[in-house]
Design a protein around this ligand. Structure first.
Ligand code: SF4
Ligand code: SF4
Ligand code: SF4
Length: 571
């Protein structure tokens, strides 16, 4: 099956929203790349329901259609006719002027899918009247057909064999109007690409409203002032087919509520309802189960821009309804159906289905148990935490996906939260221990500071003593010098006294020699005190520097302690 959904992995932020909204369990694969979660689409499992396109707020999800190829072929002269979905009246701004533009660019015939919707309703009614099936699932919606063909083959016997309105109008164009051109669909639906692929080339292009409007804008194509209509016979209530319950309203209108038609719309519920339908007691099933993939039907289809409010859409549909029934009674429409009976062959509008093989991943309980262990979920309380942040509704579902290797335990937000909590607790403990160590270091530094202050004070005292000692030494030196002078004078006086002074001269000489020795000794002391003073000066300088460093270290440590305490308080 042709790939519809595309993924820009660079833009994916791993928010898991695509997983959350996807009705297919295995269509999204989460993985870790460079430590970051990424989620990619698995197109072999994707039914092109489009839910992820609108959920993804990061432009990672997009889709492919045939708009570029259509315009290229048109410019190259390929003969092309088109049909346009009734949802255009609600969702496609300036739809009739867009048709006029396409006509000017070379599109030949243009048909309204409302006609195909009328044929589709006619086909359903005639098929039911002829075959009286137990219950039918309507199939205007290709995403739902994809679901049945790919994932729920058990529902195939219930799937209506009547073609969708778009295929009905295409068959009508080819078989009854002689249109041999390539046929293009202006459609609100991305999954129509798959339906047209199955049509054996009957419809060549799926041009979604959104891409068409983008193309016109990007290429600055000017819309003609005048719009244009369609080239075909009139249609009836088929013009409201695009709204939820459109088929039901059509059948009720024709059969006066003779058939019970139940309906379900929207990706969130319709696939669950189909699963319930599959298991339901047949006695409870309706004649027709009218199902639509999109909650607001094709008016807010997957290929629309979604720029209109619900009320704008409903107002446009009401206008279409009034135009369709204006001045006409039921008899008019009955005659229209009788005209179909005469001119159309029911079999032309019947479809055969070919199941699309999809390999679903098988897992056993051991693999699920292992996944729970990887998730760090060892008890019931944790295994039913079910926060949904991983995109799965329950932890069990997530464990199953991990076992299937389409998700990873690293993508469990609760697990990541628990790991962060444990790491935070470790950091808090570390901070507490650190604070104690810092306080001890700070106290030690305080002691060192006290000791350095004491050393500085002791060195200062010693310096004072040395100064005193130096002064005393200088005084002794002065005394010795005076004694030396006196002894010289005494020697002179002893020499003048002759023999009587001879013994005095000996004494004077001894005193002079003693004074000389004293002076030599004080000179040595003076040298030593000088050296001691300069050594003390160096010690004092060193201790002062140590004191300053210690003071700085102490203030740094106290700042660290303060910050650590603040951190602790804030956590
Ligand atoms: S929605 Fe999906 S694809 Fe988009 S960013 Fe989130 S995880 Fe990625
Ligand atoms: S288009 Fe639908 S089925 Fe496909 S991945 Fe998106 S949400 Fe799932
Ligand atoms: S706890 Fe984890 S596995 Fe469970 S739902 Fe939340 S994120 Fe998913």
């Amino acid at each position: 099956m042709r790939k519809v959904i595309t993924n820009d992995m660079e833009k994916c932020v791993g928010c898991n929203l695509c997983i959350r909204v996807c009705p297919m369990e295995e269509a999204n694969v989460a993985y870790i790349e460079n430590g970051e979660t990424k989620v990619r689409v698995d197109n072999d499992k994707c039914i092109a329901c489009g839910a992820c396109l609108h959920a993804c707020n990061h432009d990672s999800r997009s889709y492919e259609d045939d708009t570029e190829r259509f315009f290229l072929d048109l410019r190259n002269g390929t003969p092309i006719s088109l049909f346009c979905a009734p949802a255009s009246r609600a969702s496609l701004t300036e739809w009739s002027r867009i048709l006029a533009l396409l006509g000017n660019m070379g599109v030949r015939k243009m048909y309204d899918v409302s006609l195909g919707a009328d044929i589709c309703t006619w086909g359903h009614i005639r098929y039911i009247q002829k075959n009286n099936p137990r219950s039918l699932i309507s199939q205007p919606c290709p995403a739902i057909v994809n679901y049945v063909l790919m994932h729920r083959n058990e529902l195939l016997p219930y799937l209506s064999p009547v073609q969708s309105p778009m295929m009905c109008v295409a068959i009508y164009m080819r078989n009854y109007q002689g249109v041999t051109d390539k046929i293009a669909a202006i459609s609100p639906c991305i999954a129509k690409t798959n339906e047209f692929e199955e049509s054996g080339g009957l419809v060549s292009y799926n041009i979604t409203f959104k891409r068409l409007e983008e193309y016109i804008k990007r290429n600055n194509l000017k819309l003609p002032a005048q719009g244009r209509g369609y080239d075909h016979i009139d249609s009836s209530l088929g013009s409201i087919y695009s709204m939820p319950g459109g088929l039901k309203e059509n059948v009720d209108f024709m059969l006066g509520k003779a058939l019970r038609i139940d309906k379900s719309e929207g990706q969130k519920v319709v696939y669950k309802d189909l699963d319930t339908f599959r298991k339901e007691d047949p006695a409870n099933l309706p004649a027709v189960f009218d199902v639509l993939n999109c909650a607001e039907g094709c008016n807010l289809g997957t290929g629309c821009r979604h720029d209109k409010t619900l009320f704008e859409l409903n107002a446009a549909m009401e206008k279409a309804r009034q135009n369709a029934v204006k001045g006409r009674d039921r008899e008019y429409f009955e005659q229209l159906y009788q005209e179909y009976d005469k001119t159309l062959r029911l079999n032309d509008f019947m479809r055969n289905y070919r199941p699309v093989p999809v390999r679903s991943i098988k897992i056993d309980n051991n693999a699920i148990e292992e996944a729970f262990v990887q998730l760090g979920k060892h008890d019931d309380e944790n295994r039913t935490f079910d926060c949904g942040a991983c995109g799965s509704d329950t932890c069990l579902e997530m464990a199953q996906k991990i076992a299937k290797k389409i998700n990873t335990h690293e993508n469990c937000i609760k697990r990541a939260h628990d790991i962060m909590k444990a790491e935070h607790a470790t950091i808090v403990t570390w901070q507490k221990n650190n604070t104690e160590a810092i306080n001890t270091i700070s106290a030690d530094i305080d002691e060192i500071k006290v000791m350095t202050d004491k050393i500085v004070s002791t060195v200062t005292d010693v310096d004072k003593l040395i100064n005193l000692y130096d002064m005393v030494t200088k005084d002794i030196d002065k005394i010795a010098s005076n004694v030396h002078m006196i002894s010289i004078n005494a020697s002179i006086e002893a020499a003048r006294a002759g023999d009587q002074g001879r013994s005095f001269a000996v004494v004077a000489e001894a005193i002079r020699s003693l004074a000389g020795e004293t002076q030599k000794a004080t000179a040595k002391i003076s040298n030593a005190t000088g050296e001691a003073k300069s050594a003390l000066g160096a010690i004092s300088k060193m201790v002062t520097t140590i004191g300053e460093d210690v003071t700085k270290a102490n203030s740094d440590v106290r700042e660290i302690a303060g910050r650590t305490n603040d951190l602790l308080k804030n956590n």
